[in-house]
Design a protein. Structure first.
Length: 306
C-alpha cells in the first residue's frame, strides 16, 4: 500500500510538472503573449500546451501569480506582464516544478579585525603557487609539515603546548587551528609595467634593447589573497546586522586582536609563506603585503646568491 501511494504521488507530480516539451510550449506561448500584449483563454492554453485546466489553475495561482493577470477586456481572459520576457527557459522550468527550496536563513556575524595577505608574483608562476598552496588544504600534508617544524620556537609561540601533551595530540590541535583560520584564497590578475634594471637614460635603454636586455617589462601579475578574521572580534547578530562601530583601540591596536594577530602571523609564515617561496625559481624578489590591526606592512624576499 505504501509503495502504491508513493507511485501515485510521483505520477501526480509528473502530470502537474508536465514534460519538457509541454514546458517549452508553455514558455513560448506565454512569451508570445507577453511580447504582443494579447489576451488568451484557458482553452488557448489547453490547445497550445496540453496542460489541463487544473494544471493551469495551479500554476496561475502559485508559480505565475507575479506574471499572469486577469484581463479586463473580456471575461475569462488573461494577459501576461511584460516582465515575463526577462525569464529564460531555465528560469521558467524552475517555476514550473513543484519542488521548492526552503527559504534561506542566514546566521549573521561580523569581525571587527581581520588580517589579510597578498602575494604578488608573475602570472607564469601561478601554477606552481597554486600547487604549493593547494597541498596545504589536506590534513595529511599539514600534519607532515607540523611534524617537520615541531622543534621550531615559532610554532610553540603560536600554539602553546600543554604540559605532557603527546606529539600526535599536539599536531592534531595545530592542524585543526590552521583549518579553522584559513579555508581558501582568491586569485586576481593585474597588468603592470616594471623596470628590470638600474634606471637608465633613453639612449642607454635603447642600447640595452639592442643587446637583447630587458629594461621596461610588461608583465601580468597574479595577486593571491588570504583574508583571515580575528576570532576574538567576532560578534553574533540577530535577524539584521547591528551596524555599530568597532571596539575601542588602545595604543593603536585592539587588545583582543593582538593575540590573534600573533597566532595568525606565525602560523601563516610557518606554513603558507615557506610553502610558496620554496618552489618559486627565477625571481629576484617576492612581495607579500599584510594588512592587519597594526596597519600595513610589506614583506620582501630577495634572492641571495651567497
Amino acid at each position: 500500500m505504501l509503495s502504491l501511494n508513493i507511485f501515485k504521488c510521483l505520477s501526480a507530480d509528473r502530470e502537474i510538472m508536465g514534460t519538457d516539451e509541454s514546458q517549452r510550449a508553455a514558455f513560448d506561448f506565454l512569451r508570445k503573449h507577453a511580447k504582443e500584449q494579447t489576451t488568451f483563454t484557458v482553452t488557448d492554453v489547453e490547445a497550445k500546451t496540453k496542460w489541463s485546466e487544473g494544471t493551469w489553475k495551479t500554476y496561475r495561482s502559485k508559480q505565475f501569480k507575479s506574471y499572469i493577470r486577469v484581463a479586463t477586456e473580456a471575461k475569462g481572459a488573461f494577459c501576461v506582464d511584460p516582465s515575463f520576457l526577462r525569464l529564460s527557459l531555465e528560469d521558467f522550468r524552475a517555476l514550473t516544478t513543484q519542488v521548492r527550496k526552503p527559504v534561506v536563513t542566514w546566521s549573521r556575524a561580523t569581525y571587527d579585525h581581520v588580517v589579510s595577505y597578498e602575494f604578488l608574483l608573475p602570472l607564469t608562476k601561478e601554477d606552481k603557487l597554486r600547487t604549493a598552496l593547494d597541498d596545504l588544504f589536506y590534513r595529511d600534508t599539514l600534519e607532515q609539515r607540523t611534524r617537520e617544524i615541531l622543534s621550531k620556537p615559532a610554532l610553540a609561540e603560536a600554539v602553546s603546548r600543554i604540559d605532557g601533551e603527546a606529539d600526535d595530540i599536539y599536531v592534531s590541535r595545530v592542524v585543526t587551528l590552521i583549518a579553522g583560520l584559513i579555508g581558501g584564497y582568491s586569485v586576481s590578475h593585474v597588468s603592470g609595467r616594471f623596470r628590470a634594471d638600474a634606471i637608465a637614460s633613453r639612449a642607454e635603454a635603447a642600447s640595452m634593447l639592442v643587446d637583447r636586455r630587458r629594461y621596461l617589462v610588461d608583465e601580468t601579475t597574479a595577486v593571491v589573497r588570504f583574508i583571515i578574521p580575528c576570532r576574538s572580534s567576532r560578534l553574533i547578530h540577530g535577524d539584521v546586522f547591528d551596524l555599530k562601530g568597532p571596539e575601542a583601540i588602545v595604543d593603536g591596536v585592539p587588545r583582543a586582536a593582538a593575540t590573534d594577530v600573533g597566532v595568525i602571523r606565525r602560523l601563516f609564515f610557518l606554513f603558507f609563506v615557506e610553502a610558496v617561496v620554496g618552489p618559486i625559481q627565477g625571481e629576484d624578489e617576492i612581495w607579500l603585503l599584510e594588512d592587519s590591526p597594526y596597519g600595513r606592512r610589506l614583506y620582501t624576499l630577495s634572492r641571495s646568491d651567497d
